[in-house]
Design a protein around this ligand. Structure first.
Ligand SMILES: [Zn+2]
Length: 500
């Protein structure tokens, strides 16, 4: 009897991942929504299951153990005993890379591989360390044939390589922008992109073509957008523990095979439910929340500025609920072992978010960077243990890191998901006329002590709306306000608070 036919034998696979390096950054290389959308569409088409399987022509299959992550192709094939898998890995990489390079001329790709009985384990033990130490295959864009050529008139990054009509006028473009310059109507979106999927699954009308039109769907002056980045907290710890216990406990085999896919599905479900809720509540039939990339537990979106708080709060709640449901059984099981060995239990992963408010003219690549910086600040605040949000209003506070602390989701929602006192207090504060709020913000900044603000708010008659954000009057002046959010932060939040 050979090893492969022994009962209980677990077959080994070779896993090969190929992905776009910093996919969000690549997609937002051009600042227009149109160029971004075209690249996102091309990426989805180039990485679609059928396209990839056609490219590798039977050498490997799509790896169903990996979750769907925009910009990553994961393949696997059976280990053949006594055969070095490296040459076959190379062929699989060559086939997929050739296809991706044609679709995304200026992108950088990397590929990493490993072998074993489950993807989760191989990823944790072999692929992740190799990515960390740079032991990966790189595929970089070819150098320009004429390095001294005029720069591309759209992205200003690559040298121009051809001419095309862009919104009416002829322009010199680099290969990547040429590829992005496809008329919208020829992008038959069958639900391959994150945006197409929402339109299809929710039965909404397609979103606006350009950022100004998207901003105009919001209230107020209708020229401000929000860029929201959100990402799961402490997922690595969770996967690491599963790989560790999974290598000892064959009963965890199925969980290992399904978890990545389940978690990325949980993210997509949370996004879809949140977008659905908001469109029902605001009674919109046109998609107003544009997801750029949805990768595993990571999302980046654009929306009208006054949708952002409601969207972010709802999404973080739904994400946690969805992930908790997907992981409940597994966490109980993993924690059984942790309890026995005296280690603290794992909790279902949450997510944190960074939100940047801006004029619609700001380039998307800068907004993306700032949104990710804010998200990192939010994560640090709660050490990845709780949902948290950091925000920055470029129009009021400038581009530097915000001076206020991130806000924990728990300050805005009860464990049952109901609005807290702080949430209601913010709605009251948002009802104070904007001129009074900005005056109050000025006094707070110039005269520092909160008592100055208190005097001012009494004078203009909004004491009740301001009071929850001041330290208790019988305590120290730098004490914690009863609702947990200081007046400065509250005034910043109130500016874009949904009912303002
Ligand atoms: Zn270009």
């Amino acid at each position: 009897m050979t090893a492969a036919t022994e009962p209980g034998h677990v077959p080994e696979h070779v896993y090969v991942d190929i992905g776009v390096v910093r996919v969000q950054s690549y997609l937002s290389r051009t600042s227009s929504l149109r160029g971004h959308r075209a690249a996102s569409h091309t990426l989805a088409a180039a990485t679609a299951r059928e396209a990839v399987e056609r490219a590798v022509d039977g050498l490997a299959e799509v790896n169903a153990e990996a979750g769907e992550v925009d910009g990553v192709v994961s393949m696997r094939f059976d280990v053949v005993p006594d055969e070095d898998p490296a040459p076959r890995v190379r062929l699989v990489q060559d086939a997929v890379l050739a296809r991706l390079r044609q679709a995304l001329p200026a992108a950088e790709f990397t590929s990493v591989w490993g072998r074993g009985t489950s993807y989760v384990e191989v990823y944790q033990r072999q692929m992740k360390p190799r990515i960390g130490s740079g032991e990966v295959r790189y595929d970089l864009p070819p150098p320009a044939e004429f390095p001294l050529a005029a720069p591309c008139r759209t992205c200003h990054v690559g040298p121009a390589a051809g001419e095309a009509a862009v919104t009416g006028s002829r322009r010199q473009l680099c290969p990547d922008c040429l590829q992005r310059n496809i008329p919208r109507d020829t992008m038959l979106d069958d639900g391959g992109t994150p945006e197409g999927r929402l339109v299809r699954d929710l039965g909404l009308d397609r979103p606006p073509e350009m950022f100004p039109a998207l901003a105009a769907l919001g209230g107020g002056e209708g020229n401000h957008l929000a860029t929201v980045a959100a990402d799961g907290n402490a997922f690595g710890e969770f996967f690491g523990e599963l790989a560790r216990q999974g290598s000892l406990d064959p009963g965890l085999r199925q969980a290992k095979e399904e978890l990545s896919a389940k978690l990325s599905q949980a993210t997509r479900d949370a996004l879809q439910e949140t977008v659905y809720d908001l469109h029902i509540e605001y009674d919109y039939v046109q998609l107003c929340v544009i997801p750029h990339v949805v990768g595993g537990d990571d999302v980046l979106l654009s929306m009208p500025a006054d949708w952002a708080w409601k969207f972010t709060i709802t999404f973080l709640q739904r994400f946690h609920a969805s992930v908790r449901e997907a992981t409940a059984e597994l966490i109980d099981r993993l924690n059984g072992d942790r309890t026995r060995t005296g280690r603290p239990g794992l909790v279902p992963p949450t997510a944190s978010a960074g939100v940047v408010f801006s004029h619609h003219k700001e380039p998307l690549n800068l907004l993306r960077e700032s949104a990710y910086d804010r998200m990192a600040e939010a994560k640090r605040e709660a050490k990845g243990r709780q949902s948290s949000i950091q925000w920055l209003d470029l129009t009021a506070d400038g581009p530097d890191a915000p001076r206020h602390r991130p806000v924990l989701l728990a300050k805005l929602r009860t464990p049952a998901g109901e609005p807290t006192d702080a949430d209601r207090a913010l709605s009251r504060l948002a009802g104070v006329p904007p001129a009074h709020r900005s005056r109050l913000a000025g006094v707070l900044r110039d005269r520092g002590p909160l008592t100055a603000a208190a005097v001012e708010s009494r004078r203009v008659g909004h004491w009740e709306a301001v009071r929850p954000f001041l330290p208790p009057l019988d305590g120290p002046p730098d004490g914690e306000p009863p609702c947990g959010i200081g007046l400065g932060a509250a005034l910043g939040m109130a500016r874009r608070w949904p009912c303002a």
